[in-house]
Design a protein around this ligand. Structure first.
Ligand SMILES: Cc1ncc(COP(=O)(O)O)c(C=O)c1O
Length: 399
């Protein structure tokens, strides 16, 4: 792209974001994003009423309880207490309240962490296929993104490739489990091996290589599996979480950063994170969400229902003739496009009122991604369209 008045860093960050911006701005689905007559599998947006307990909680807390209800809110002690208690129970780790930083979603949390730890020229490893914003965020924090491909057969971390990418300039690695878009949950064995690799690299470089654990989907887990947090295996870790997935309310922005109790130098890190929450544009959740947090924290969308939708969609698509993964967690199913040009096939699908994300915008050309946040009606209505589009592609190939 050609932006004449912008700095090289801004241009590089925008270039990294361009695939996402292009689908947001240029593709057909946006026109239909609030249209219930189409089958929207694109982003992880809800297509059903919000959970009634969520709405009730906001209603209950909207009336001011005192004169200071809507003053500036930061890392409020009550909110920290809710998260700390919940994490202790959930993870069995003795988190401390002072190590919890309330943010407006995990996007803000990732941005704050990167800005705190990255110096100009530092390398930050991220796993590909990646979440859309990692690369641009690393650049905008002054770092150099280093892309490392996952093992595309098992969807596991490719530890040899990570080992090869670790240099003296490596400052951090971003790990996302369960992984968007492959749905993979990394095993304790993989995470232990990663931790010892990072410990060694830290020793070689004379400073810690941090692990940033993006756990956005850590409560969206299927088949009774257990979730293992990468932060449980490595002390120089940041746990980054959002409530936007488990509540399926991504427009009401609340999440957090948590430091594991084993992290050395937590005092300095606490001051830095808090300061950068302010500098990053007040990266705290709004007052109402903080007041409601004790009621929001235990709520979840119906994971059993989401799993049934996964099963229905995956088995129907396979029956039609598509090749798909079977996600262990997250909202996403990835499907092999019947033609190499995934963008063209996504356009074909849109002709049948089916909207989804082409794999080439997340570095998996030849695939497309479906979000299970489409409702059950959309899944059923889309199946004949998936069938017809596949036949159309096969006829095109035969010509
Ligand atoms: C892997 C991953 N990380 C972070 C985010 C951002 O979450 P939020 O919108 O709650 O900040 C998303 C959202 O799609 C995601 O998929």
């Amino acid at each position: 792209m050609n932006y004449t008045s912008l700095t090289a860093k801004t241009r590089a960050a925008l270039d990294a974001l361009a695939p996402l911006q292009s689908i947001l701005e240029e593709t057909e689905w946006l026109r239909h994003s609030n249209d219930l007559s189409v089958c929207d599998f694109s982003l992880g947006n809800p297509h059903e009423e919000p959970i009634p307990a969520f709405v009730d909680a906001l209603r209950r807390h909207v009336e001011p309880g005192n004169l200071w209800w809507y003053t500036y809110k930061m890392n409020e002690p009550e909110s920290r207490g809710v998260v700390c208690k919940s994490l202790r129970r959930w993870r069995g780790v003795n988190f401390e309240e002072e190590d919890i930083f309330l943010t407006n979603g995990s996007t803000a949390a990732l941005n704050v962490v990167l800005n705190v730890i990255v110096e100009h020229g530092d390398e930050v490893i991220f796993i590909s296929p990646p979440w859309f914003q990692y690369e641009g965020m690393i650049i905008s924090a002054g770092g150099t993104p280093v892309r490392v491909r996952a093992n595309m057969t098992t969807f596991d971390l490719d530890l040899n490739a990570i080992s090869g990418a670790l240099t003296r300039r490596t400052r951090a690695i971003i790990v996302n489990s369960p992984h968007n878009p492959t749905g993979k949950i990394y095993s304790p064995q993989t995470l232990k091996a990663l931790a010892s690799m990072l410990t060694e690299a830290s020793g070689r470089g004379g400073r810690p290589v941090y692990l940033i654990s993006d756990e956005a989907y850590s409560r969206i887990i299927f088949d009774g599996r257990t979730y293992y947090s990468p932060t449980a295996f490595y002390p120089w870790s940041f746990l980054v979480y959002t409530y936007g997935k488990v509540l399926l309310t991504p427009g009401q922005r609340i999440g957090f950063i948590a430091l594991p109790p084993e992290m050395p130098d937590r005092g300095d890190m606490r001051r830095a994170l808090y300061g950068f929450q302010m500098l990053a544009g007040w990266a705290f959740p709004n007052a109402l969400l903080q007041h409601a947090l004790a009621d929001l924290d235990p709520i979840s969308i119906d994971i059993g229902r989401l799993q049934r939708r996964r099963d229905r969609l995956v088995s129907a698509l396979r029956e039609i003739g598509y090749e798909t993964n079977m996600p262990e967690g997250t909202f996403y199913v990835i499907v092999r496009s019947p033609v190499a040009a995934d963008l063209a096939f996504v356009k074909t699908l849109s002709g049948y009122n089916i909207f989804c994300i082409p794999g080439s915008v997340m570095d998996i050309p030849g695939y497309f991604r479906l979000s299970l946040t489409a409702n059950d009606g959309m899944v059923e209505r889309a199946l004949p369209g998936f069938d017809a589009a596949l036949q159309e592609a096969r006829r095109g190939r035969a010509r």
